[in-house]
Ligand binder design. Structure first.
Ligand SMILES: *Cc1c(COP(=O)(O)O)cnc(C)c1O
Length: 416
């Protein structure tokens, strides 16, 4: 038993929490406090040195609590638990997915650097890259799904700034079409352009399949990023984000988080610990249910095409990438209805059990119209290239019984 390694789902109820430090409470309480009392002035000094990155933490040193912008037990225990899913050294939790994404980009980019990113990325990320990073002198270049690694490298060389490449940022599967980007191919590209003086970092937004079904760190990525609002939170009752990676990478991200002040609150941390206890059962059930729904949609005369990772064509490049990096098709699918915006809206307006709302990964199923909702801000030309058309509907499958979901979808499709 000594070398037994417990699986993450078995550790989510207890890992990192010591009941004896909290009156024996079986659950970690909410540490609703702004500041923490130091036993001695020397302790305060030592804690600040580590928190501000003035020196590295010693092997045997236990980091003390200072102030809830820097650290808090609810966040620290949550971070220890979240790290387990990606087998990461460390994790940093944020007040939103966007703050995790923006902080993990800013820490590793300087004016004059080049950022390469996959299209389409989440709308907020797209805006941050194109309108905020560029304001600080970062050059940015997007590539599209379906482009080979050779084509991407050729584009990079043609910018004349390949030596400035500092970061490759990916989101895969892409929202809302489930197009896959080759994580390992991008890691190899980053390695090729890494020099002694400058490392090229790879960050992956893993919200869609992670942390259960895709683990970019295993494929060599440096930073895995989550909107914890989605599967990790899973109940549509909070906004949060997270980054996992090596101690060195997350240490740097945490220092910037301290100065931006965009950490999650103790209450959000506590809610997320509650959510992590059921993460695996929820996601597995959602994945199974999605399989039934996809199979049903595939055979419906009012549905033109289904975008579901379980249906990739054997022998295709997308299937090769899927086999390399995905452990399940997940619980997100999109489909084209026969018709256009009017038909898609008729379907959405007729849904009863499935709610018409953006967001994803929660216990309740949600449907929305990407072209006019989540992706309304994408330039029309890019929208067309990416296949985000007026007839496209996105569905996030929850934990309801699949027969009930199919019943609801059937009656809504009849309205088309
Ligand atoms: C929702 C989402 C985000 C943004 O997360 P927030 O928690 O809303 O800030 C980023 N990336 C993906 C893929 C998302 O779905």
């Amino acid at each position: 038993m000594e070398n037994w390694k417990f699986k993450p789902e078995s550790l989510m109820m207890s890992y990192g929490y010591k009941p004896e430090l909290s009156e024996g409470a079986v659950k970690c309480p909410i540490f609703q406090t702004s500041t923490f009392v130091f036993q001695k002035a020397e302790d305060g000094k030592a804690f600040f040195e580590v928190a501000y990155g003035i020196r590295e933490k010693e092997e045997s040193e236990e980091m003390g609590l200072i102030y809830s912008r820097l650290n808090n037990p609810d966040l620290e225990i949550l971070e220890n638990r979240l790290s387990l899913w990606d087998n990461a050294d460390d994790c940093a939790v944020f007040e939103s997915g966007m703050s995790a994404i923006s902080t993990a980009l800013m820490e590793f980019l300087n004016p004059g650097d080049l950022l390469l990113f996959s299209n389409p990325v989440y709308g907020g990320t797209d805006h941050f890259i194109k309108h905020v990073l560029t304001k600080f002198g970062v050059e940015v270049m997007g590539f599209n799904p379906g482009q080979s690694m050779e084509e991407i490298e050729q584009m990079l060389i043609e910018t004349g700034k390949a030596d400035k490449l500092a970061y490759i940022y990916l989101e895969t599967p892409a929202n809302p079409t489930n197009d896959l980007v080759d994580i390992k191919g991008c890691v190899d590209l980053a390695k090729k352009y890494t020099t002694e003086d400058k490392k090229v970092y790879v960050g992956v937004d893993n919200t869609y399949l992670g942390p259960l079904w895709q683990n970019p760190l295993e494929l060599g990525a440096d930073i895995v990023i989550y909107s914890a609002t989605k599967y990790i939170g899973g109940h549509s009752d909070l906004i949060a984000g997270a980054c996992s990676g090596s101690s060195e990478v997350i240490g740097r991200i945490k220092v910037l988080r301290t100065f931006l002040g965009n950490m999650a609150s103790p209450y959000t941390g506590w809610l997320l610990m509650r959510s992590l206890e059921t993460l695996k059962v929820r996601m597995e059930r959602q994945g199974d249910t999605a399989k039934h729904v996809a199979a049903y949609l595939n055979n419906h005369p009012k549905v033109e095409k289904v975008y579901y990772l379980g249906d990739l064509e054997e022998g295709s490049e997308q299937k090769r990438i899927y086999d390399q990096q995905c452990k399940s098709p997940g619980a997100m699918l999109s489909f084209d209805v026969v018709g256009g915006e009017a038909e898609a809206f008729r379907f959405l307006n007729a849904l009863k059990l499935v709610k018409l709302a953006v967001s994803l990964g929660s216990t309740e199923s949600l449907a929305q119209h990407p072209a006019t909702m989540t992706h309304a801000g994408v330039e029309p030309e890019l929208k067309a290239t990416l296949g985000i058309t007026d007839k496209l509907v996105r569905l996030s499958v929850g934990v309801e019984h699949h027969e009930d979901l199919i019943h609801d979808i059937t009656q809504a499709l009849e309205q088309i």
